[in-house]
Design a protein around this ligand. Structure first.
Ligand SMILES: *[C@@H]1O[C@H](CO)[C@@H](O)[C@H](O)[C@H]1NC(C)=O
Ligand SMILES: *[C@@H]1O[C@H](CO)[C@@H](O)[C@H](O)[C@H]1NC(C)=O
Ligand SMILES: *[C@@H]1O[C@H](CO)[C@@H](O)[C@H](O)[C@H]1NC(C)=O
Ligand SMILES: *[C@@H]1O[C@H](CO)[C@@H](O)[C@H](O)[C@H]1NC(C)=O
Ligand SMILES: [Zn+2]
Length: 521
């Protein structure tokens, strides 16, 4: 301890001396590309990063709380483009900007393939990053012994996986989830559900897919009947999956359940204590989280609207995250919270790159709010993605070129413009390619609306929707035991690392190794 102190002090003295010689620190928020031309700028920048690394000691306290942020489909190029977009919106040099989680001390890479697919989906990856076991494509919360649509197999206790939210509940912590998708969608379902098909969101879906709801419980129902009962906070969309087809929600949309159940009322009636249900942002923000024992917020019949689109009184991911932390922090034993930026993925599938990067910035804002509300000595925050996408950042636009716009270069083959952001595959092929006298030519992108929130970005292979990508995704970690998250590892390692730090779950934990050291100022 003394050695570390003297090392830190001498590093600080050395760096003050450097600053005395070379002038003040370079800032992240530079406004002119001229600053990038200075060799002192780069020297100081690198020295500052070195200093930060030398003075960052591993945090080995017990993680009382865990917040796991999942950017659905948030590939590394999506993060890069999101960072540039965010900076350009703020009028600073976007290349230099940092999203909130890019300030974290430790980064690793997660391998995202599933048991039967080289490129995965959001269902089998949810089993990996929430339950610590890789499984089959399109299945959730069950092992690879369960094939797609194997309803009987999904019921066998030996095939059912237990998620880190269940580990937290068993450890007397609270647990909750927040998402911008339907709360029954694949990623949030990984928190509480066990199903042989991610599309079994309501009993109507089960029937539509040729199965019998009586031996194949739908995902919405599992929020009440199973481990989902224990969740303190559930915020997102998907009202229609919870209401009967004889009933309309507050926005006038009819439910879709065939079994006549109103799962929202059932949820509220089954709770002891203050159980609140809210359907809009106003009610969410007016609710006092500190006297709320259970909170269910459903803000759309289906997914929440994109941030860039119009909607009625919809909370942001940041606002939902704040409400969730408020409710969960009532438990002195701590909590596990899952927060999904779920629509980054949807925008990519539509090749609407501007919406994808904008949703990434919204996601980063939610991470910032969580950092402001928690203490890094007792709260582990992990940020990652389930899988990538096929979006790339094409060469070689000039520095500070509008990231959602056309590249400053023209193609050196057909002399036509191209977009900096584009996809390997996607929908609407005719929008980008035309036949001229029997040969295929590219459409001149100046005749489209590249840069508009609803414009599709160009792609190569024609598909009905753009696919996921198979590249590794980054893992950013901050707080107790964050240093464990560096390196390249299987995605299924993530809950094991989190469980270790918080002394929950079936694996080895910090508390098995030595008397636990809780942060106590
Ligand atoms: C929000 O929902 C409540 C009912 O839950 C309703 O009374 C109120 O009018 C809604 N507010 C807005 C702005 O839609
Ligand atoms: C629900 O989402 C749809 C699609 O984004 C949007 O048009 C609608 O306004 C949203 N509803 C509410 C209540 O915000
Ligand atoms: C197509 O070919 C014809 C005959 O060679 C030529 O007259 C015409 O200009 C061509 N059209 C285009 C759009 O190049
Ligand atoms: C980038 O281009 C789009 C579309 O033309 C525009 O809406 C946006 O404001 C531009 N961004 C910046 C930072 O200039
Ligand atoms: Zn997807």
């Amino acid at each position: 301890m003394m050695r570390a102190f003297w090392l830190t002090l001498s590093i600080q003295v050395a760096f003050s001396y450097c600053q005395y010689i070379y002038g003040p620190d370079p800032t992240w928020n530079i406004r002119s590309t001229n600053d990038l031309k200075s060799k002192d700028f780069w020297f100081h920048d690198a020295q500052r990063t070195l200093y930060d690394k030398l003075t960052t000691l591993p945090n080995q306290y017990l993680a009382k709380n865990i917040i796991f942020f999942l950017g659905d489909g948030m590939s590394v190029p999506t993060v890069t483009a999101g960072r540039i977009y965010d900076g350009q919106q703020k009028g600073i040099i976007g290349e230099r900007n940092r999203l909130e989680f890019e300030k974290f001390d430790y980064v690793g890479l997660s391998k995202t393939y599933c048991v039967d697919k080289q490129v995965s989906d959001s269902a089998c990856t949810a089993s990996a990053y929430l339950s610590g076991v890789k499984a089959n494509y399109h299945t959730i919360g069950v092992s690879a012994d369960v094939q797609l649509n194997d309803c009987a197999g999904a019921k066998l206790p030996q095939n059912r996986l237990s998620s880190i939210a269940a580990w937290a509940l068993r450890g007397r912590k609270s647990a909750g989830l927040v998402t911008t998708t339907r709360v029954t969608h694949a990623s949030p379902a990984g928190v509480y559900a066990h199903t042989s098909n991610r599309d079994f969101e309501s009993d109507l879906d089960v029937r539509d897919l040729g199965q019998n709801p009586s031996n194949c419980p739908d995902i919405a129902q599992q929020l009440l009947d199973e481990m989902g009962q224990g969740l303190r906070v559930v915020l997102g969309g998907g009202i229609k999956k919870f209401l009967p087809n004889t009933m309309k929600d507050v926005y006038g949309n009819v439910g879709e359940r065939l079994d006549g159940r109103n799962l929202i009322d059932e949820w509220q009636q089954s709770k002891a204590g203050n159980a609140r249900v809210v359907f809009n942002r106003t009610d969410l923000l007016n609710n006092n989280p500190y006297d709320t024992d259970y909170l269910l917020g459903l803000f759309n019949a289906s997914h929440l609207a994109y941030n860039l689109d119009d909607s009625i009184d919809t909370p942001s991911l940041e606002e939902m995250t704040e409400a969730a932390i408020g409710v969960l922090s009532g438990n002195p034993a701590g909590y596990f919270l899952f927060v999904e930026g779920g629509r980054i993925d949807h925008a990519h599938h539509e090749t609407k790159a501007k919406k994808a990067v904008d949703e990434t910035v919204q996601f980063s804002n939610a991470v910032r709010k969580a950092r402001q509300l928690t203490n890094p000595w007792e709260t582990l925050i992990v940020v990652s993605a389930d899988h990538g996408h096929t979006m790339t950042i094409n060469g070689y636009p000039d520095i500070n070129n509008n990231i959602t716009g056309l590249n400053s270069e023209l193609s050196d083959v057909d002399n036509l413009p191209y977009a900096t952001l584009s996809y390997a595959n996607g929908p609407d092929y005719q929008r980008f390619y035309k036949s001229v006298n029997g040969t295929v030519e590219r459409v001149d992108l100046r005749t489209l609306n590249i840069g508009d929130r609803n414009e599709r970005y160009p792609h190569g292979v024609p598909m009905s929707e753009e696919t996921h990508g198979g590249g590794d995704v980054a893992v950013y970690a901050n707080g107790p035991w964050a240093h464990l998250f560096s390196g390249v590892y299987e995605q299924s390692t993530l809950p094991h690392l989190m469980g270790f730090a918080a002394c929950i779950g079936p694996g080895i934990t910090y508390c098995d190794l030595r008397p636990k050291k809780t942060y106590n100022p």
